[in-house]
Design a binder for this molecule. Sequence first.
Ligand SMILES: [Zn+2]
Ligand SMILES: [Zn+2]
Ligand SMILES: [Zn+2]
Length: 254
Amino acid sequence: MKIQFLGTGSAEGIPVINCNCDHCTRARNEGGRLVRARNAILFSLPGYELLLDTPPDIKASLTQGQVHRIDGIFLTHAHHDHTGGLEEFLYWKKDVDLFAEPGMYESLRRENWGERLADIAFHCPFHPGMAMRFDDFFFTPFAVKHTVPCFGLAVYEGGHKTVYTSDTSNRFSNYAYRLMEGADLLIVNTPRFSPPHEDHITSTEAVELKERVGAKRLVLTHCNHHNRPHDELEEWAKGLDGVTVAYDGLKIEV
Ligand SMILES: [Zn+2]
Ligand SMILES: [Zn+2]
Ligand SMILES: [Zn+2]
């Protein structure tokens, strides 16, 4: 399976609108990997292109990433930085499936454009813990602890397991720990570098999580301007075993 990181920023992206902190100023001046669009990841599964989340930046991210095919969209939760660009799919030329938990789907339907949701995508409701079975792969959403109902995703393909934790605090169910156990790849959203940050797990805690569950590889993403700039994060990660810091455009294979 191929994974393409289309957007690796947190809620505000980097540079943040109207912010003149050192990180944002550097991002504005130097560009490159210091700039982070909001969260979106493309999982290229056998015969099925699955886009995870539709942030407000999705149009630019899909253009930048040269993505021309999407079969399904998986929505993790109804926060603006994860679903704010869904309406863009009114202009996507082909039908897409929309994997959304029923309560989340209802909250999206209450948006002012919500009555057109059925035009945008075919709703495939999911419930945490179920396996969305395809012929040669499947994925299982699981609940995580966030400020609104939110779901991570375990993807099983070709004897490999990839687990994406989504926006989450550093407190998981025993069920989630079992899904993460021995993962070939663990992808964790870490807006900030280190604790305290109660709503979200941090970069240093994600490294501890990798050790705890025995994941072979860890990718950190969804970083904000309070976290270290990409080059500094990368330097830090070099001293660790199997830790990669995502940037917009990163492609990896599992
Ligand atoms: Zn987020
Ligand atoms: Zn800033
Ligand atoms: Zn969120």
